[in-house]
Write a protein that binds this ligand. Structure first.
Ligand code: COA
Length: 245
């Protein structure tokens, strides 16, 4: 959620529950930032071969389309993020540099969002995305790992059509399944994914400390912008900063 979104949510809590309610909310968020003991990540997979998981005749909307993401799409996506969520700007160029493919969502000629994906591999030693160093997901050849779904706040409500259109395009490109993950508290994303065919294939329980350290099972990671650095095994053996990606 953007800073603006958070502020308006806080204002609503202030109006409904008074200053004490708002203070409790802020204190709760700060506490979770310091130590979040049970952040659950839901691992998901969708079968792209099933028509029910793609754009159905009743979903079709001529004002909406998805376009392949590439350097020519950068300027208008950059302009959109500058207006709405500047914190996401570094993602755009990084994903291109990392070789990720993606799609831009366009409504009535305006860019309203984006998503990225990478191709799976049959080589068990090849980790196709930095997330997959710490998530137990292994898309194989002909499958994809999809990540960073984002729609500008003013376009929320278009997520269902956006994701269906992406799944349609990935199917037409010859991919049979897509994997991803979502935080268990991200209700709208979870709801959306479930309505378009994503099935839960596992869960990862993460402990977050000061927003920067992540503990999964016995592994401790430093959380960086686009990957994680494996610091060591909890509680004793430090692995001298062996990178996780
Ligand atoms: C994830 C995202 C792309 C989804 O787009 P969206 O336009 O919000 O999605 P939609 O409104 O089409 O679908 C959300 C669904 O959740 C439902 N929903 C939303 N909040 C809900 C709640 N609290 N309880 C139950 N259902 C809820 C909506 O009714 C809708 O279902 P419907 O299509 O059956 O009506 C968008 O919310 C976004 O960009 N979020 C910020 C970035 C993010 O979290 N990305 C996901 C990373 S995994």
């Amino acid at each position: 959620m953007s800073a603006l979104g958070k502020l308006s949510k806080l204002r609503l809590i202030w109006q409904q529950e008074g200053p004490k309610g708002a203070a409790r909310k802020v204190a709760g968020e700060l506490k979770l930032r310091a130590y979040h003991p049970d952040r659950q990540l839901v691992l998901l997979r969708v079968d792209l071969s099933l028509p029910a998981h793609r754009v159905r005749p009743k979903d079709a909307d001529p004002s909406f389309r998805v376009l392949p993401y590439g350097p020519s799409e950068l300027p208008r996506l950059r302009a959109l993020l500058e207006r709405t969520e500047p914190a996401r700007l570094p993602t755009l160029e990084a994903r291109l540099a990392q070789g990720a493919q993606g799609f831009v969502a366009e409504d009535a000629g305006e860019a309203i969002g984006y998503v990225f994906f990478v191709l799976g591999s049959d080589d068990p030693t090849e980790v196709v995305h930095a997330d997959l160093h710490w998530l137990p997901l292994r898309p194989t050849k002909g499958e994809v790992y999809t990540f960073d779904y984002w729609l500008a706040e003013a376009a929320r409500g278009r997520g269902n059509l956006f994701a269906r259109s992406v799944q349609q395009a990935q199917h037409e490109m010859g991919y049979s399944a897509s994997y991803g993950y979502v935080e268990a508290t991200n209700t709208s994303a979870l709801w959306l994914y479930r309505t378009i065919g994503w099935k839960e294939v596992g869960r990862v329980l993460e402990h977050r400390i000061l927003g920067k350290l992540s503990v999964i099972d016995d592994r401790v990671y430093l959380v960086r912008a686009f990957d994680r650095l494996l610091l060591g095994r909890w509680p004793l053996s430090v692995e001298a900063g062996r990178p996780s990606a």
